[in-house]
Ligand binder design. Sequence first.
Ligand code: 13P
Length: 212
Amino acid sequence: MDAYDVLDELSEAAAELVHRGLVLASGGNVSIRVGDTVYISPTGARLHALSPETFAQVDLHTGKRLNEFKPSSELPMHLACYRARPDAVAVIHCHPPHVTALASLGLTLPAMTADFFVYLDALYLPLVPYITPGTEALAQAVAEKLAQAPAVLLGNHGIIATGPSVKRTLDRVLLAEETARVYLLAKQHSEPRVLNEEDWRALREAHYGKGQ
Ligand code: 13P
């Protein structure tokens, strides 16, 4: 797969975020890394209308612009993700309603179903409380939390997810939103049981989700 094909896939994933109500208008941004080049949606772009030739290109190490398109204002956060997680090939930032509600309550996202472990490879998703969007301070806070999990909740803002492919990164965002919805629904009645380390170990022993 060359860069054009992956950007085509990323454009489709970004449109899916809009169609599923996980981001609106020009909110959110997406990127991929190909070698030392990061291709990122341009600032102000509407995520349902991206195409491979509209992405801004930036050097991963210096942050220097490599073409005429102005990168997303969240470029510092995307670059920090690639630097913090060498396994990251794609990064998606969007504003899923249930995830954003949970993060704004100051809560982390616990594992509610077995698929959480399969897709997110973590016991819970950590939280970065609200920091002004687009700042280096936000990028640094996110990079620190990415040591614990491949995605991070952003208070009063949304989520940022990394992954080894566009598909896996999109699945992580979708799974996080599904989990936040289930968690908040359950919490309206009482404090739900959440899955723990022991549940995760038992799933690994049962080889659950190996085909995903
Ligand atoms: P950009 O249009 O600059 O990518 O900003 C959108 C956004 O969601 C900021 O968090």
